[in-house]
Design a protein around this ligand. Sequence first.
Ligand code: HEM
Length: 434
Amino acid sequence: MHANLSLQQAPPFSVPARFLVSAPVFGLLAALVLLWHGPDIISSRWNPPMLAVTHLLTLGFLAMSMLGAMLQLMPVLMGMVIPRPVLFSSIIHTPLVLGSLSLAAAWLLQYRWLFLVAMLLLGFTFAVFVMVAAERLLRSVSRHITRTMMLLALLALLLTAGLGIYLAAGYVGETFAVARQLTDLHLSWGLLGWVFMLVMAVAYQVIPMFQITDDYPKWHQRWLGWLLFVLLLALSLTWFYPLAGLQALLGVLLAACLLVFALNTLWLLHRRRRTLPDTTMKFWQLAMASLIALVFIRGIAMLAGIELPALLTGVLMIAGFAMTAVNGMMYKIIPFLIWLHLSARNKDLRDAGRREQQVKVPHMRKIIPENAGLWQFRIHFAALVLLALATCWPAWFFYPAVLLFALAQGFLLYNLLNAVRFYGAKRTALQAVL
Ligand code: HEM
Protein backbone atom coordinates (compact mmCIF):
# COMPACT_ATOMS: atom_id res chain seq x y z
CA MET A 1 0.00 0.00 0.00
CA HIS A 2 1.05 3.61 -0.55
CA ALA A 3 3.63 5.12 1.74
CA ASN A 4 1.46 8.20 2.36
CA LEU A 5 -1.23 6.30 4.20
CA SER A 6 -1.59 7.28 7.84
CA LEU A 7 -3.13 4.11 9.18
CA GLN A 8 -3.31 5.11 12.83
CA GLN A 9 -5.54 8.09 12.00
CA ALA A 10 -8.33 6.04 10.41
CA PRO A 11 -11.69 6.90 12.01
CA PRO A 12 -13.94 4.12 13.38
CA PHE A 13 -15.65 2.10 10.63
CA SER A 14 -19.10 3.43 11.52
CA VAL A 15 -18.05 6.99 10.56
CA PRO A 16 -17.80 6.64 6.76
CA ALA A 17 -20.04 3.54 6.67
CA ARG A 18 -23.20 5.37 7.73
CA PHE A 19 -22.76 7.92 4.91
CA LEU A 20 -21.86 5.38 2.23
CA VAL A 21 -24.72 3.02 3.10
CA SER A 22 -27.24 5.90 3.16
CA ALA A 23 -26.31 6.99 -0.38
CA PRO A 24 -27.98 4.16 -2.38
CA VAL A 25 -31.09 4.49 -0.17
CA PHE A 26 -31.45 7.99 -1.63
CA GLY A 27 -30.76 6.55 -5.09
CA LEU A 28 -33.68 4.18 -4.53
CA LEU A 29 -35.91 7.01 -3.31
CA ALA A 30 -35.10 9.01 -6.45
CA ALA A 31 -36.10 5.98 -8.57
CA LEU A 32 -39.37 5.67 -6.63
CA VAL A 33 -40.26 9.32 -7.26
CA LEU A 34 -39.50 8.86 -10.97
CA LEU A 35 -41.67 5.73 -11.16
CA TRP A 36 -44.49 7.41 -9.24
CA HIS A 37 -44.61 10.42 -11.58
CA GLY A 38 -43.99 8.58 -14.86
CA PRO A 39 -42.38 9.82 -18.11
CA ASP A 40 -43.96 13.31 -17.90
CA ILE A 41 -41.56 14.17 -15.10
CA ILE A 42 -38.67 14.62 -17.52
CA SER A 43 -40.46 17.03 -19.81
CA SER A 44 -38.90 20.06 -18.09
CA ARG A 45 -36.00 20.82 -15.74
CA TRP A 46 -38.30 23.06 -13.71
CA ASN A 47 -40.79 20.34 -12.83
CA PRO A 48 -40.90 20.35 -9.00
CA PRO A 49 -40.78 16.50 -8.76
CA MET A 50 -37.75 16.56 -11.12
CA LEU A 51 -36.01 19.09 -8.86
CA ALA A 52 -36.76 16.71 -5.97
CA VAL A 53 -35.13 13.83 -7.87
CA THR A 54 -32.11 16.01 -8.75
CA HIS A 55 -31.52 16.80 -5.08
CA LEU A 56 -32.17 13.26 -3.85
CA LEU A 57 -29.21 12.43 -6.10
CA THR A 58 -26.96 15.49 -5.66
CA LEU A 59 -27.49 15.79 -1.89
CA GLY A 60 -28.74 12.35 -0.83
CA PHE A 61 -26.39 10.26 -2.95
CA LEU A 62 -23.48 12.49 -3.93
CA ALA A 63 -22.96 14.93 -1.05
CA MET A 64 -23.74 12.09 1.38
CA SER A 65 -21.09 9.74 0.02
CA MET A 66 -18.56 12.50 -0.66
CA LEU A 67 -18.72 13.86 2.90
CA GLY A 68 -18.43 10.28 4.22
CA ALA A 69 -15.47 9.57 1.96
CA MET A 70 -13.78 12.82 3.03
CA LEU A 71 -14.17 11.89 6.69
CA GLN A 72 -12.19 8.75 5.96
CA LEU A 73 -9.76 10.02 3.33
CA MET A 74 -8.65 13.20 5.10
CA PRO A 75 -7.24 11.32 8.10
CA VAL A 76 -5.90 8.37 6.11
CA LEU A 77 -4.36 10.22 3.16
CA MET A 78 -3.33 13.39 4.94
CA GLY A 79 -2.78 12.31 8.51
CA MET A 80 -5.37 14.77 9.86
CA VAL A 81 -7.11 14.06 13.13
CA ILE A 82 -10.84 14.83 13.34
CA PRO A 83 -11.73 15.22 17.02
CA ARG A 84 -14.60 13.02 18.33
CA PRO A 85 -15.18 11.52 14.85
CA VAL A 86 -18.27 9.48 15.80
CA LEU A 87 -20.02 12.46 17.39
CA PHE A 88 -18.96 14.76 14.55
CA SER A 89 -20.21 12.35 11.89
CA SER A 90 -23.62 12.11 13.63
CA ILE A 91 -23.84 15.91 13.80
CA ILE A 92 -23.34 16.02 10.02
CA HIS A 93 -25.13 12.85 8.92
CA THR A 94 -28.48 13.36 10.70
CA PRO A 95 -29.23 16.90 9.43
CA LEU A 96 -27.97 15.96 5.96
CA VAL A 97 -30.43 13.04 5.80
CA LEU A 98 -33.30 15.11 7.20
CA GLY A 99 -32.44 18.20 5.13
CA SER A 100 -32.24 16.27 1.85
CA LEU A 101 -35.55 14.54 2.63
CA SER A 102 -37.21 17.86 3.56
CA LEU A 103 -36.04 19.58 0.37
CA ALA A 104 -37.32 16.72 -1.80
CA ALA A 105 -40.60 16.53 0.16
CA ALA A 106 -41.03 20.32 -0.14
CA TRP A 107 -41.06 20.03 -3.93
CA LEU A 108 -43.14 16.86 -3.97
CA LEU A 109 -45.80 17.99 -1.50
CA GLN A 110 -45.53 21.72 -2.22
CA TYR A 111 -45.33 22.59 1.49
CA ARG A 112 -43.61 25.96 1.67
CA TRP A 113 -42.51 25.57 5.32
CA LEU A 114 -40.56 22.45 4.40
CA PHE A 115 -38.26 24.60 2.25
CA LEU A 116 -37.47 26.58 5.37
CA VAL A 117 -36.73 23.41 7.35
CA ALA A 118 -34.48 22.16 4.54
CA MET A 119 -32.65 25.48 4.31
CA LEU A 120 -31.91 25.45 8.05
CA LEU A 121 -30.82 21.81 8.19
CA LEU A 122 -28.69 21.87 5.04
CA GLY A 123 -27.24 25.28 5.87
CA PHE A 124 -26.20 23.94 9.28
CA THR A 125 -24.73 20.70 7.83
CA PHE A 126 -22.59 22.33 5.17
CA ALA A 127 -21.49 25.30 7.30
CA VAL A 128 -20.29 23.03 10.13
CA PHE A 129 -18.67 20.47 7.84
CA VAL A 130 -16.85 23.05 5.73
CA MET A 131 -15.66 24.97 8.79
CA VAL A 132 -14.24 21.92 10.58
CA ALA A 133 -12.80 20.24 7.47
CA ALA A 134 -11.23 23.46 6.17
CA GLU A 135 -9.69 24.26 9.55
CA ARG A 136 -8.19 20.74 9.73
CA LEU A 137 -6.94 20.87 6.14
CA LEU A 138 -5.31 24.26 6.70
CA ARG A 139 -3.51 22.87 9.73
CA SER A 140 -2.48 19.63 7.99
CA VAL A 141 1.23 19.17 7.36
CA SER A 142 0.48 17.52 3.99
CA ARG A 143 1.45 19.66 1.00
CA HIS A 144 -0.08 17.29 -1.57
CA ILE A 145 -2.18 19.03 -4.21
CA THR A 146 -5.17 16.97 -2.98
CA ARG A 147 -5.19 19.18 0.13
CA THR A 148 -5.43 22.40 -1.90
CA MET A 149 -8.07 20.94 -4.18
CA MET A 150 -10.15 19.68 -1.27
CA LEU A 151 -10.07 23.22 0.12
CA LEU A 152 -11.24 24.63 -3.24
CA ALA A 153 -13.96 21.97 -3.44
CA LEU A 154 -15.16 22.89 0.07
CA LEU A 155 -15.32 26.56 -0.90
CA ALA A 156 -17.35 25.57 -3.97
CA LEU A 157 -19.68 23.53 -1.74
CA LEU A 158 -20.23 26.56 0.48
CA LEU A 159 -21.05 28.74 -2.56
CA THR A 160 -23.36 26.04 -3.98
CA ALA A 161 -25.20 25.70 -0.69
CA GLY A 162 -25.41 29.49 -0.26
CA LEU A 163 -26.85 29.94 -3.76
CA GLY A 164 -29.17 26.93 -3.22
CA ILE A 165 -30.50 28.37 0.02
CA TYR A 166 -31.06 31.74 -1.64
CA LEU A 167 -32.91 30.03 -4.50
CA ALA A 168 -34.99 27.99 -2.05
CA ALA A 169 -35.95 31.20 -0.22
CA GLY A 170 -37.88 32.12 -3.38
CA TYR A 171 -40.09 29.06 -2.80
CA VAL A 172 -40.82 29.88 0.86
CA GLY A 173 -42.97 32.97 0.63
CA GLU A 174 -44.48 35.54 -1.65
CA THR A 175 -41.90 38.25 -0.89
CA PHE A 176 -39.57 37.54 -3.81
CA ALA A 177 -39.59 35.23 -6.79
CA VAL A 178 -37.12 32.36 -7.29
CA ALA A 179 -33.88 33.98 -8.51
CA ARG A 180 -33.88 31.68 -11.54
CA GLN A 181 -31.07 33.60 -13.23
CA LEU A 182 -28.83 32.12 -10.49
CA THR A 183 -29.77 28.47 -11.03
CA ASP A 184 -27.11 27.85 -13.67
CA LEU A 185 -24.48 29.39 -11.40
CA HIS A 186 -25.67 27.19 -8.51
CA LEU A 187 -25.47 24.04 -10.58
CA SER A 188 -22.10 25.00 -12.12
CA TRP A 189 -20.51 25.50 -8.69
CA GLY A 190 -22.22 22.32 -7.47
CA LEU A 191 -21.36 19.97 -10.30
CA LEU A 192 -18.02 21.39 -11.46
CA GLY A 193 -16.63 23.22 -8.42
CA TRP A 194 -17.71 20.77 -5.73
CA VAL A 195 -18.30 17.35 -7.33
CA PHE A 196 -15.82 17.37 -10.23
CA MET A 197 -13.06 19.10 -8.22
CA LEU A 198 -13.36 16.62 -5.34
CA VAL A 199 -13.42 13.58 -7.64
CA MET A 200 -10.30 14.94 -9.33
CA ALA A 201 -8.58 15.60 -5.97
CA VAL A 202 -9.27 12.07 -4.80
CA ALA A 203 -8.39 10.49 -8.17
CA TYR A 204 -4.89 12.01 -7.98
CA GLN A 205 -4.26 9.80 -4.95
CA VAL A 206 -6.45 6.73 -5.29
CA ILE A 207 -5.93 5.92 -8.99
CA PRO A 208 -2.12 5.53 -8.72
CA MET A 209 -2.53 3.80 -5.33
CA PHE A 210 -5.25 1.26 -6.05
CA GLN A 211 -4.88 0.81 -9.82
CA ILE A 212 -1.06 0.83 -9.71
CA THR A 213 -0.63 3.49 -12.38
CA ASP A 214 1.85 6.33 -12.87
CA ASP A 215 1.01 9.60 -11.13
CA TYR A 216 -0.97 12.21 -13.07
CA PRO A 217 1.50 14.56 -14.80
CA LYS A 218 2.81 17.32 -12.54
CA TRP A 219 1.42 20.16 -14.72
CA HIS A 220 -2.00 18.48 -14.61
CA GLN A 221 -2.01 18.21 -10.83
CA ARG A 222 -0.63 21.70 -10.30
CA TRP A 223 -2.82 23.69 -12.72
CA LEU A 224 -6.07 21.96 -13.63
CA GLY A 225 -7.85 22.46 -10.29
CA TRP A 226 -6.83 26.12 -10.09
CA LEU A 227 -7.80 26.72 -13.72
CA LEU A 228 -11.22 25.20 -13.10
CA PHE A 229 -11.72 27.37 -10.03
CA VAL A 230 -10.65 30.58 -11.79
CA LEU A 231 -12.93 29.77 -14.74
CA LEU A 232 -15.86 29.30 -12.39
CA LEU A 233 -15.07 32.61 -10.70
CA ALA A 234 -14.96 34.32 -14.10
CA LEU A 235 -18.27 32.66 -15.01
CA SER A 236 -19.78 34.04 -11.82
CA LEU A 237 -18.61 37.53 -12.80
CA THR A 238 -20.40 37.25 -16.13
CA TRP A 239 -23.58 37.15 -14.09
CA PHE A 240 -22.93 40.78 -13.09
CA TYR A 241 -21.47 41.79 -16.48
CA PRO A 242 -23.31 39.61 -19.00
CA LEU A 243 -21.02 39.19 -22.02
CA ALA A 244 -22.32 36.39 -24.25
CA GLY A 245 -18.98 35.94 -26.06
CA LEU A 246 -17.02 35.62 -22.82
CA GLN A 247 -19.58 33.20 -21.40
CA ALA A 248 -19.22 30.96 -24.48
CA LEU A 249 -15.41 31.09 -24.21
CA LEU A 250 -15.53 30.13 -20.54
CA GLY A 251 -17.87 27.25 -21.41
CA VAL A 252 -15.36 25.96 -23.97
CA LEU A 253 -12.47 26.23 -21.49
CA LEU A 254 -14.46 24.43 -18.78
CA ALA A 255 -15.29 21.66 -21.25
CA ALA A 256 -11.58 21.43 -22.09
CA CYS A 257 -10.80 20.88 -18.37
CA LEU A 258 -13.28 17.99 -18.24
CA LEU A 259 -11.80 16.51 -21.39
CA VAL A 260 -8.18 16.79 -20.22
CA PHE A 261 -9.00 15.06 -16.94
CA ALA A 262 -11.03 12.30 -18.60
CA LEU A 263 -8.46 11.55 -21.32
CA ASN A 264 -5.56 11.64 -18.87
CA THR A 265 -7.34 9.25 -16.51
CA LEU A 266 -8.18 6.82 -19.33
CA TRP A 267 -4.55 6.95 -20.50
CA LEU A 268 -3.21 6.20 -17.00
CA LEU A 269 -5.67 3.33 -16.58
CA HIS A 270 -4.72 1.96 -19.99
CA ARG A 271 -1.05 1.84 -18.92
CA ARG A 272 -1.65 0.51 -15.41
CA ARG A 273 0.82 -2.01 -14.11
CA ARG A 274 -1.77 -4.16 -12.34
CA THR A 275 -3.06 -6.90 -14.63
CA LEU A 276 -5.89 -8.36 -12.50
CA PRO A 277 -9.36 -7.37 -13.75
CA ASP A 278 -10.82 -4.78 -11.41
CA THR A 279 -14.42 -3.59 -11.09
CA THR A 280 -13.51 -0.15 -9.72
CA MET A 281 -11.44 0.44 -12.84
CA LYS A 282 -14.50 -0.25 -15.01
CA PHE A 283 -16.46 2.33 -13.01
CA TRP A 284 -13.66 4.87 -13.54
CA GLN A 285 -13.62 4.15 -17.28
CA LEU A 286 -17.40 4.52 -17.54
CA ALA A 287 -17.30 7.78 -15.56
CA MET A 288 -14.64 9.18 -17.91
CA ALA A 289 -16.52 7.97 -21.01
CA SER A 290 -19.62 9.82 -19.73
CA LEU A 291 -17.60 13.04 -19.36
CA ILE A 292 -16.25 12.71 -22.89
CA ALA A 293 -19.74 11.96 -24.27
CA LEU A 294 -21.09 14.99 -22.42
CA VAL A 295 -18.47 17.33 -23.88
CA PHE A 296 -18.87 16.01 -27.43
CA ILE A 297 -22.65 15.97 -27.43
CA ARG A 298 -22.82 19.53 -26.08
CA GLY A 299 -20.12 20.67 -28.50
CA ILE A 300 -21.83 19.16 -31.54
CA ALA A 301 -25.23 20.51 -30.47
CA MET A 302 -23.74 24.00 -30.07
CA LEU A 303 -22.02 23.96 -33.47
CA ALA A 304 -25.05 22.52 -35.26
CA GLY A 305 -27.51 24.74 -33.40
CA ILE A 306 -29.47 21.71 -32.12
CA GLU A 307 -31.41 21.94 -28.85
CA LEU A 308 -30.58 19.00 -26.60
CA PRO A 309 -33.24 17.23 -24.51
CA ALA A 310 -33.54 19.18 -21.24
CA LEU A 311 -32.11 16.47 -19.00
CA LEU A 312 -29.50 14.73 -21.15
CA THR A 313 -26.59 16.78 -19.78
CA GLY A 314 -27.80 16.18 -16.22
CA VAL A 315 -28.02 12.41 -16.76
CA LEU A 316 -24.49 12.27 -18.19
CA MET A 317 -22.98 14.48 -15.49
CA ILE A 318 -24.85 13.31 -12.37
CA ALA A 319 -25.58 9.62 -13.04
CA GLY A 320 -22.95 9.05 -15.73
CA PHE A 321 -19.90 10.79 -14.31
CA ALA A 322 -20.40 11.54 -10.62
CA MET A 323 -22.48 8.61 -9.37
CA THR A 324 -20.41 6.16 -11.41
CA ALA A 325 -17.08 7.40 -10.02
CA VAL A 326 -18.43 7.40 -6.45
CA ASN A 327 -20.00 3.95 -6.85
CA GLY A 328 -16.65 2.56 -8.01
CA MET A 329 -14.75 4.21 -5.16
CA MET A 330 -17.15 2.70 -2.63
CA TYR A 331 -15.93 -0.72 -3.73
CA LYS A 332 -12.43 0.24 -2.66
CA ILE A 333 -13.15 2.41 0.38
CA ILE A 334 -15.39 -0.04 2.26
CA PRO A 335 -13.23 -3.21 1.82
CA PHE A 336 -10.08 -1.21 2.51
CA LEU A 337 -11.49 0.13 5.79
CA ILE A 338 -12.67 -3.31 6.88
CA TRP A 339 -9.29 -4.81 6.06
CA LEU A 340 -7.55 -1.95 7.88
CA HIS A 341 -9.59 -2.21 11.09
CA LEU A 342 -9.42 -5.99 11.30
CA SER A 343 -5.68 -5.99 10.62
CA ALA A 344 -5.16 -3.39 13.37
CA ARG A 345 -7.10 -5.56 15.84
CA ASN A 346 -5.04 -8.61 14.88
CA LYS A 347 -1.88 -6.62 15.46
CA ASP A 348 -3.06 -5.77 18.98
CA LEU A 349 -3.53 -9.50 19.60
CA ARG A 350 -0.07 -10.34 18.22
CA ASP A 351 1.50 -7.61 20.37
CA ALA A 352 -0.24 -9.13 23.39
CA GLY A 353 1.26 -12.53 22.50
CA ARG A 354 -2.16 -13.99 21.58
CA ARG A 355 -1.40 -14.76 17.97
CA GLU A 356 -3.69 -17.86 17.92
CA GLN A 357 -6.76 -15.72 18.70
CA GLN A 358 -6.44 -13.55 15.57
CA VAL A 359 -9.35 -13.59 13.09
CA LYS A 360 -8.78 -14.44 9.47
CA VAL A 361 -8.75 -11.25 7.38
CA PRO A 362 -9.65 -12.00 3.76
CA HIS A 363 -8.05 -10.23 0.84
CA MET A 364 -9.72 -6.87 0.07
CA ARG A 365 -11.05 -8.24 -3.22
CA LYS A 366 -13.01 -10.91 -1.33
CA ILE A 367 -14.80 -8.60 1.13
CA ILE A 368 -17.14 -7.42 -1.63
CA PRO A 369 -16.81 -10.30 -4.12
CA GLU A 370 -15.59 -9.14 -7.55
CA ASN A 371 -18.51 -10.85 -9.24
CA ALA A 372 -21.15 -9.05 -7.16
CA GLY A 373 -19.50 -5.71 -7.98
CA LEU A 374 -19.21 -6.63 -11.64
CA TRP A 375 -22.91 -7.48 -11.99
CA GLN A 376 -23.88 -4.28 -10.22
CA PHE A 377 -21.61 -2.41 -12.65
CA ARG A 378 -23.30 -4.03 -15.66
CA ILE A 379 -26.77 -3.10 -14.41
CA HIS A 380 -25.66 0.46 -13.62
CA PHE A 381 -24.13 0.75 -17.11
CA ALA A 382 -27.30 -0.51 -18.81
CA ALA A 383 -29.43 1.83 -16.68
CA LEU A 384 -27.27 4.75 -17.70
CA VAL A 385 -27.58 4.04 -21.41
CA LEU A 386 -31.36 3.67 -21.08
CA LEU A 387 -31.64 6.84 -18.96
CA ALA A 388 -29.80 8.81 -21.66
CA LEU A 389 -32.14 7.35 -24.30
CA ALA A 390 -35.15 8.08 -22.08
CA THR A 391 -34.32 11.80 -22.14
CA CYS A 392 -34.81 11.63 -25.95
CA TRP A 393 -37.62 9.03 -26.20
CA PRO A 394 -39.32 8.89 -22.80
CA ALA A 395 -42.34 6.92 -23.99
CA TRP A 396 -40.10 3.98 -24.96
CA PHE A 397 -37.27 4.01 -22.51
CA PHE A 398 -38.45 5.69 -19.30
CA TYR A 399 -39.77 2.70 -17.36
CA PRO A 400 -37.02 0.17 -18.29
CA ALA A 401 -34.40 2.84 -17.52
CA VAL A 402 -35.78 3.72 -14.10
CA LEU A 403 -36.39 0.09 -13.15
CA LEU A 404 -32.80 -0.81 -14.03
CA PHE A 405 -31.54 2.25 -12.15
CA ALA A 406 -33.51 1.13 -9.07
CA LEU A 407 -32.07 -2.36 -9.44
CA ALA A 408 -28.52 -0.99 -9.64
CA GLN A 409 -29.05 1.10 -6.50
CA GLY A 410 -30.65 -1.82 -4.67
CA PHE A 411 -27.75 -4.07 -5.66
CA LEU A 412 -25.21 -1.49 -4.48
CA LEU A 413 -27.02 -1.24 -1.15
CA TYR A 414 -27.03 -5.04 -0.85
CA ASN A 415 -23.28 -5.26 -1.57
CA LEU A 416 -22.45 -2.55 0.96
CA LEU A 417 -24.71 -4.03 3.65
CA ASN A 418 -23.14 -7.47 3.13
CA ALA A 419 -19.70 -5.98 3.71
CA VAL A 420 -20.93 -4.16 6.85
CA ARG A 421 -22.50 -7.41 8.14
CA PHE A 422 -19.23 -9.26 7.48
CA TYR A 423 -17.31 -6.64 9.47
CA GLY A 424 -19.86 -6.84 12.32
CA ALA A 425 -19.43 -10.63 12.58
CA LYS A 426 -15.62 -10.42 12.60
CA ARG A 427 -15.66 -7.62 15.16
CA THR A 428 -17.91 -9.60 17.47
CA ALA A 429 -15.50 -12.55 17.20
CA LEU A 430 -12.59 -10.25 18.05
CA GLN A 431 -14.38 -8.55 20.92
CA ALA A 432 -15.02 -11.95 22.48
CA VAL A 433 -11.27 -12.55 22.77
CA LEU A 434 -9.97 -9.03 23.45
C1 HEM B 1 -28.08 23.59 0.57
C2 HEM B 1 -28.24 22.75 -0.40
C3 HEM B 1 -29.04 23.04 -1.65
C4 HEM B 1 -30.21 23.72 -1.79
C5 HEM B 1 -31.05 24.37 -0.71
C6 HEM B 1 -30.53 23.71 -3.20
C7 HEM B 1 -31.63 24.33 -3.77
C8 HEM B 1 -31.91 24.40 -5.10
C9 HEM B 1 -33.04 25.06 -5.68
C10 HEM B 1 -34.09 25.84 -4.87
C11 HEM B 1 -33.03 24.86 -7.02
C12 HEM B 1 -34.11 25.25 -8.02
C13 HEM B 1 -33.91 26.56 -8.58
C14 HEM B 1 -34.98 26.91 -9.54
O1 HEM B 1 -36.17 26.56 -9.34
O2 HEM B 1 -34.63 27.59 -10.50
C15 HEM B 1 -31.86 24.06 -7.31
C16 HEM B 1 -31.49 23.62 -8.57
C17 HEM B 1 -30.43 22.77 -8.79
N1 HEM B 1 -29.53 22.32 -7.85
FE1 HEM B 1 -29.55 22.67 -5.89
N2 HEM B 1 -29.58 23.02 -3.88
C18 HEM B 1 -28.65 22.58 -2.96
C19 HEM B 1 -27.52 21.86 -3.22
C20 HEM B 1 -27.16 21.39 -4.44
C21 HEM B 1 -25.97 20.64 -4.73
C22 HEM B 1 -24.91 20.26 -3.68
C23 HEM B 1 -25.99 20.36 -6.06
C24 HEM B 1 -25.00 19.61 -6.90
C25 HEM B 1 -23.97 18.98 -6.51
C26 HEM B 1 -27.19 20.92 -6.62
C27 HEM B 1 -27.58 20.82 -7.92
C28 HEM B 1 -28.64 21.47 -8.49
C29 HEM B 1 -29.02 21.36 -9.88
C30 HEM B 1 -28.30 20.49 -10.92
C31 HEM B 1 -30.13 22.18 -10.06
C32 HEM B 1 -30.86 22.49 -11.36
C33 HEM B 1 -31.82 21.44 -11.74
C34 HEM B 1 -32.25 21.68 -13.16
O3 HEM B 1 -32.20 22.81 -13.63
O4 HEM B 1 -32.65 20.72 -13.78
N3 HEM B 1 -27.88 21.55 -5.61
N4 HEM B 1 -31.20 23.81 -6.12
